[in-house]
Design a binder for this molecule. Structure first.
Ligand code: NAD
Length: 494
């Protein structure tokens, strides 16, 4: 990966994008489109189709037809495996082009995007390709005169709705296990970042995925997302995004066909630093990356920093230093450490939380303002608010931006109480050199992930899912496959 190849790819025009239904690119009803603005410079990048409820219905019908035909749902596992492997390879071949396209769409710094987007998506397709023929049904230990067989069957049509922060990675977390189990999929990307997922659908078709098995509908969430959520022929809805939309999806299910709904939602993840952390400087460096990379638009971002009082002053100063040292700017530059905020709407949301933190008495250590306005893009300085009390808005609500709230604590019990004093339960971290304390904290923190002396490392072998209002169900690992199968019991009298 070198700067000149990135620049050459970034200079290419992006053609207007249709929906992807039944293996074809098609226009939305009445030719409706939505403009896509790049957060790098605020310039028009391209147009995407703005799907209507009728377009979503067409996509669901295509998915159902493909499912019912058995062309994928009843294909031999070895066949499905071959196609998923081919997709993984094709993503890898196109990795830089996909990464650049995605960065132009959502502003993630390229150094992170290459690994987190095509890199991770290829790994996810490969993981589920390898898994799909390792899992079978069961023979139950019944009495001798009966045979209880447990079949694992695909559920049918999966509706997947994903956000803009890592569209390829998160899209692959849904699509790959759903396809591996034989389902058809209708995918609704975020209107802020649809381009790489549209290309992924084409790649899947080029790699032999039969038409109609994967469909992509783009456009306004309140229209096409709602239509997908309410559709009576969608069997399972899988979602990553905000709690507000997650709640709506549960309502859509209740108002339609009681489809299963799996939610991966937001967080306000505590990052707990004890005075006995092995290396405070290293903790500050990793914690800064854990909240400021991708400009804080990371669901597991460590947005609440709880620091033992004896090292609070020293640590908060180090964190502010790390924040100031970060290179923020054009996300297409290889040396940029944090790129743009994905949209002006999201940048306004970040500003709102910063104003609130000022009003409620937070002490600004660094940042707190929009920067690089001369670029026309959407950039915000890494921001550290100190002495944030647990009742303040900044300690309670997800910003989804480069803003960290620092709060001192006195005892391990206080740290646990503060860490769990939230409606969320997605991620967390503990920095300590005391092995027993590390294990006590892992048990005590109510969250789907607890990092110890690190922040943010993970791969496909481990599940990602939230506790409490951070959601239900899991992406990644073999556990994710459960979302995409129905269990059926065959009870046979012998
Ligand atoms: P969002 O909830 O605004 O949008 C997510 C998706 O829902 C988009 O595709 C959008 O078009 C669609 N949508 C919007 N309104 C809808 C409606 N009324 N009906 C149906 N669909 C609708 O989320 P976002 O702003 O794109 O992403 C940020 C959020 O995602 C943050 O809360 C973040 O924490 C969360 N997130 C969670 C994880 C995780 O794994 N838990 C990962 C990444 C992001």
């Amino acid at each position: 990966m070198d700067q000149s190849s990135i620049d050459a790819l970034a200079a290419q025009k992006v053609a207007p994008q249709g929906l992807f239904i039944g293996g074809q690119r098609v226009a939305a009803t009445g030719g409706a489109v939505m403009a896509v603005t790049s957060p790098i410079d605020g310039q028009h990048l391209t147009d995407i189709a703005d799907a209507s409820a009728a377009d979503v219905d067409a996509a669901v019908r295509a998915a159902r037809r493909a499912y019912a035909s058995g062309v994928w749902s009843r294909a031999a596992p070895a066949e499905r495996k071959k196609v998923l492997f081919r997709i993984a390879e094709a993503i890898e071949r196109e990795a830089l082009s996909l990464a650049v396209l995605g960065v132009r769409d959502n502003g993630t710094e390229i150094s992170m995007a290459v690994k987190a987007e095509p890199g991770s998506a290829a790994g996810t397709f490969r993981y589920y390709a390898e898994a799909l023929d390792k899992i079978g049904g069961e023979i139950a230990p019944t009495a001798g005169n009966v045979l209880g067989l447990v079949h694992r069957e695909p559920v049918g049509v999966v509706g997947a709705i994903v956000p803009w922060n890592f569209p390829l990675m998160i899209g692959a977390w849904k699509i790959a296990p759903a396809l591996a189990m034989g389902n058809s999929v209708v995918l609704k990307p975020s209107e802020v970042a649809s381009l790489t997922l549209l290309r992924l659908a084409e790649i899947c078709a080029e790699c032999g995925l039969p038409e109609g098995v994967l469909n992509v509908v783009t456009g306004a969430g309140a229209v096409s997302g709602e239509a997908l959520g309410l559709h009576p022929d969608v069997d399972v809805l899988v979602f990553t995004g905000s709690g507000g939309v997650g709640r709506r999806l549960l309502e859509y299910s209740a108002r339609s066909n009681l489809k299963r709904v799996y939610l991966e939602l937001g967080g306000k993840s505590p990052n707990v630093v004890f005075a006995d952390a092995p290396d405070l400087r290293q903790a500050a460096r990793v914690s800064a990356a854990g909240i400021f990379r991708n400009s804080g638009q990371v669901c597991v971002a460590g947005s609440r920093l709880l620091v033992e009082r004896s090292v609070h002053e020293e640590f908060a100063a180090m964190l502010a230093e790390e924040a100031r040292a970060m290179k923020i700017g054009n996300p297409l530059r290889l040396d940029t450490q944090a790129g743009a905020i994905a949209s002006e709407a999201q940048l306004a949301r970040v500003q709102h939380y910063v104003e609130k933190a000022h009003e409620e008495g937070g002490a600004l250590r660094t940042g707190g303002a929009r920067i690089l306005t001369e670029t026309g893009g959407s950039y915000f300085a890494p921001t550290v608010f100190d002495n944030v009390t647990p009742d303040m808005t900044l300690a309670r609500e997800e910003v989804f931006g480069p803003v960290v709230a620092v709060t001192p604590f006195d005892t391990e019990e206080d740290a646990v109480r503060m860490a769990n004093g939230t409606d969320f339960g997605l991620a967390s971290a503990v920095w300590t050199g005391n092995l027993s304390r590390a294990h006590r904290m892992v048990r005590a923190i109510d969250a789907g992930v607890v990092h110890v002396n690190t922040y943010g490392g993970a791969d496909n072998t481990v599940p990602l899912g939230g506790h409490r209002q951070s959601g239900n169900g899991h992406d990644k690992s073999l556990h994710a496959l459960d979302k995409y199968v129905n269990l059926k019991t065959a009870w046979i009298q012998l």
